[in-house]
Design a protein around this ligand. Sequence first.
Ligand SMILES: N[C@@H]1[C@@H](O)[C@H](O)[C@@H](COP(=O)(O)O)O[C@@H]1O
Length: 243
Amino acid sequence: MHVIKVKDYEAMSEKACDILVKEMKSNERAVLGLATGSTPEGLYKRLIEKYKNHEVSFKQIKTFNLDEYVGLDKSDKNSYYYYMNDKLFKHIDIPPTHAALPNGKAENIAAECERYEKKIKNAGQIDIQVLGIGLNGHIGFNEPNTPFTSRTHVVKLDESTRQANARFFHSIDDVPTEAITMGIATIMDSKKILLLASGEKKAEILAQVIHGEITEKVPASVLQKHPNVTIIADEAALSKVKI
Ligand SMILES: N[C@@H]1[C@@H](O)[C@H](O)[C@@H](COP(=O)(O)O)O[C@@H]1O
């Protein structure tokens, strides 16, 4: 794992943007894996700037998001579909058919998981997968004890994850109980992985991910086994890591 320590959230976003732009410049048909949450918002703002300054085009880029809540409509402000459209897609020239998320409103969720996994496979490998990290070490919505061999599947969300994400909803009762997520093996198939972390509240879990045992109890610890992982984290998030 290559760890890049930066000063703060802005510097993390800047560095992540540089890496994605470099990838898109070297391969205009790059396949990007994208994440939601607060962490990548600064990255998306910068990518929009780069697009507006004609430095990059997304016309031939394909994207796959990690996850989506089950049961939320695309028009629901808390769906990841809405988030991605609002924070990135509607501001750039990506063809809507190239920007994929799991469909959390599919009638048959199991079939939807299979369809999504196949769609990723058909696009070839994901060139760079962007990840945030949950406080319990989840990546995508792969909660602790998800098998490392998992493919896209439906998950029951941890109470701690629902609590952590409740800030976006009216109340905790409105937070969905299930989600569709790329599996850990799906994520590990990516050629490169970029894990972003900012803030003191990520310090404990990040230390476990970098120095701890590789265990399904800490889903992100699997990244130690991936040949090309870059962690970009700020000083606060790395405050418990010796580097
Ligand atoms: N499913 C998402 C994850 O993909 C994300 O990494 C995590 C951390 O979110 P944040 O970046 O807001 O800390 O939250 C959610 O649960």
